[in-house]
Design a protein around this ligand. Structure first.
Ligand code: AMP
Length: 125
């Protein structure tokens, strides 16, 4: 069920539990303010999620409330993941589903990094 990006942060969400070490993940990159790990249900040969360590529901929430160091770290982490996974070598796609209409299912900001194959059109009509 998609979540409402204006809802208060719920510390029981799956990615908060991964950040606390309560659930495992396949780590790709750890930085001061961000964590990247493989998506559990990959939709492309490369499918990595990048999340901030801070408690932000969505891109909307993060862009309004995060500090400049958190934002810089997160943006750099996304780029670093694309380079580390070699997604950047042939082109890749970033996706941040945001809120109900955006199809966001986990209520902790995450950017999907897709690559490793031709990704087709941006959205199906
Ligand atoms: P979204 O629809 O943008 O909220 O995407 C949520 C993503 O989280 C989906 O691609 C799921 O496959 C992924 N996901 C859910 N649980 C886990 C988990 N425990 N570890 C890694 N990825 C997960």
């Amino acid at each position: 069920m998609p979540i409402d990006s204006s809802l208060p942060y719920d510390a029981a969400n799956i990615f908060a539990r991964i950040l606390r070490g309560e659930l495992p993940c396949k780590t790709v990159l750890e930085t001061e303010h961000s964590l990247a790990f493989h998506d559990i249900n990959p939709l492309a040969p490369i499918h990595v999620l990048v999340i901030p360590r801070g408690a932000y529901v969505s891109w909307d929430d993060f862009s309004a409330k995060a500090s400049d160091p958190e934002i810089a770290d997160f943006v750099r982490a996304v780029g670093e993941v694309a380079r580390m996974t070699r997604a950047s070598a042939q082109g890749y796609r970033l996706l941040a589903n945001t809120g109900k209409r955006g199809g966001q299912e986990v209520a902790h900001l995450h950017v999907h990094v897709f690559g490793g194959a031709p990704l087709g059109p941006m959205l199906a009509k």
